[in-house]
Design a protein around this ligand. Structure first.
Ligand SMILES: COc1cc(/C=C/C(=O)SCCNC(=O)CCNC(=O)[C@H](O)C(C)(C)COP(=O)(O)OP(=O)(O)OC[C@H]2O[C@@H](n3cnc4c(N)ncnc43)[C@H](O)[C@@H]2OP(=O)(O)O)ccc1O
Ligand SMILES: O=C(O)CCC(=O)C(=O)O
Ligand SMILES: [Fe+2]
Length: 361
């Protein structure tokens, strides 16, 4: 049990306390901190201002209940992926109980002591596939982000049984399992929109050859306006399936504008977004949109994204069908997916810059 109190912590020790000792920002928040430590103060350009928020717009909300009888559902999905890169789905078939259980499991994991959570830190974990951390990539960031996370790379149920923390393992696996049908339906529709009519084994590996589930914890924050929960970034996945709670705070950039739109929490809904890998494979047709999460002065917030990715060993680039059938010139080169992800993790969040790594100059 940690015995550190607010009065005994020197602001210069913050990195040690939060990052190295595994207390996370939850540790700071639990101490009742009244002022945001300087390490978390973001550049004014990264702080959210109300003048850039569009209040009367929302990302598309797509009802999946009529999926089997209505071809329009697939068209709506493709349209949203092209014009917004983000949408919410309702009546998707994932039982509400599964969603509630993984939210409860997220709280259960983060409620544990720093010592228990830190067993899964980069330095202490016995596997690269389980990682507890804070911010995004503290060693490369000028200012930290107000978020703790547990990241679980899925290999097999057997490996998860051995290595994933018991506080959340079963519920995370259940969410992964139950999201599978939805993921396949979404990818089938999106491929149809690219004139790809069959997802064969090679395509299956490219589109959904690996999965990672993150449990994100954003504790209540003093001076939330000075920092961020997550800075501007696009995901490096094919698709992200995100469960958020009812607090709100996720903002997405409206295509071809400098304005941001709030992703309003809807009970039981799942947020879907296109990641860089799908933007690359679709040769830019589907958009991997910049998004960010603000910090909250009154409430803790949690979210649970499932990142559906290519297999790390796959070469990704614009799909042959897109180039041949549609007669397009490729704007991205072929790159090893794990190189792309390592590049993403090697730097602080920087909006849409990661994808330049794959662009043909
Ligand atoms: C955390 O806050 C986030 C996260 C995100 C994530 C958005 C996504 O879209 S995640 C989906 C990423 N795709 C995959 O994971 C599938 C492909 N995976 C791989 O290719 C590999 O597993 C690997 C990620 C490249 C790791 O390979 P490995 O050989 O095990 O290499 P390492 O040496 O362990 O790691 C390399 C480098 O990356 C850092 N890192 C690794 N895993 C994570 C992780 N889960 N979270 C954060 N950082 C990670 C690691 O520290 C290494 O850097 P060093 O400098 O220490 O060498 C979006 C927004 C967020 O705020
Ligand atoms: O917490 C959220 O709503 C989004 C988190 C996110 O963008 C991410 O983990 O990649
Ligand atoms: Fe994201």
């Amino acid at each position: 049990m940690s015995t550190t109190t607010f009065s005994s912590i020197n602001f210069n020790d913050i990195t040690d306390f939060v990052v190295n000792e595994g207390n996370g920002v939850k540790g700071l928040s639990d101490m009742g901190l009244k002022t945001l430590p300087k390490q978390y103060i973001q550049l004014p350009t990264e702080q959210m201002t109300t003048s850039t928020i569009i209040v009367d717009e929302s990302v598309p909300i797509i009802d999946m209940s009529n999926w089997d009888n209505d071809s329009k559902t697939g068209e709506k999905i493709c349209d949203a992926a092209e014009k917004w890169g983000f949408f919410q789905i309702i009546n998707h078939g994932i039982p509400l109980e599964v969603l509630d259980n993984v939210k409860a499991a997220t709280y259960r994991f983060f409620k544990q002591s720093a010592e228990e959570k830190n067993k899964h830190s980069k330095d202490n974990s016995c596997t690269n596939n389980v990682r507890y951390g804070t911010s995004f990539t503290p060693q490369a960031e000028k200012a930290f982000e107000w978020k703790d996370f547990l990241s679980l790379f899925y290999v097999s149920d057997e490996e998860a049984a051995d290595l994933w923390p018991s506080a959340c393992r079963d519920e995370a696996l259940d969410f992964l399992r139950n999201s599978d049908i939805v993921i396949k339906k979404l990818l089938e529709a999106l491929m149809k929109g690219l004139n790809v009519n069959e997802i064969d084994q090679t395509k299956e590996s490219l589109l959904m050859g690996s999965k990672r589930i993150n449990l994100n914890y954003y504790p209540k924050c003093p001076n939330p306006e000075l920092t961020v929960g997550v800075g501007r970034h696009s995901d490096v996945s094919t698709l992200t399936i995100l469960l958020q709670d009812n607090i709100g705070g996720l903002y997405v950039k409206k295509l071809d504008s400098d304005s941001w739109v709030h992703v309003l929490p809807i009970d039981g809904a799942i947020v879907i977004n296109v990641g860089d890998a799908l933007q690359i494979m679709s040769n830019g047709k589907y958009k991997s949109i910049e998004h960010r999460v603000i910090a909250n002065g009154n409430n803790n917030r949690i979210s649970v994204p499932i990142f559906v990715n290519p297999n790390p060993n796959d070469l990704i680039g614009p799909l042959q069908e897109v180039i041949e059938k549609n007669g397009e010139k490729p704007i991205y080169k072929q790159i090893l997916y794990s190189d792309y992800v390592k590049h993403f993790f090697s730097k602080a969040h920087d909006g849409k810059e990661t994808i330049d790594f794959a662009k043909i100059n």
